[in-house]
Design a protein. Sequence first.
Length: 86
Amino acid sequence: MDCNSLGDCADDRMVRIYEYLDGALTLGDLKDVKAHLDHCPECTEQYDLECIIRSVVRRSCQEAAPQQLKMNIITRISQIRIESGH
């Protein structure tokens, strides 16, 4: 499978890579994209970059807010409630 069969376009290739990463492909398509990634440095580079981005986003979403930030938000909400009479 070469880039032509993926659309010969960076956007089309990325759609297939996203589908591959999301597990949204049929078994046949999954095998085809995997085989392509094994032989295409350009697509493998895009795949690796997307894996890094997803990893960073996943890690960022799991980090807890600092306690001081939480306290500042609670304090500000309380002030707004007092000022608005609620």
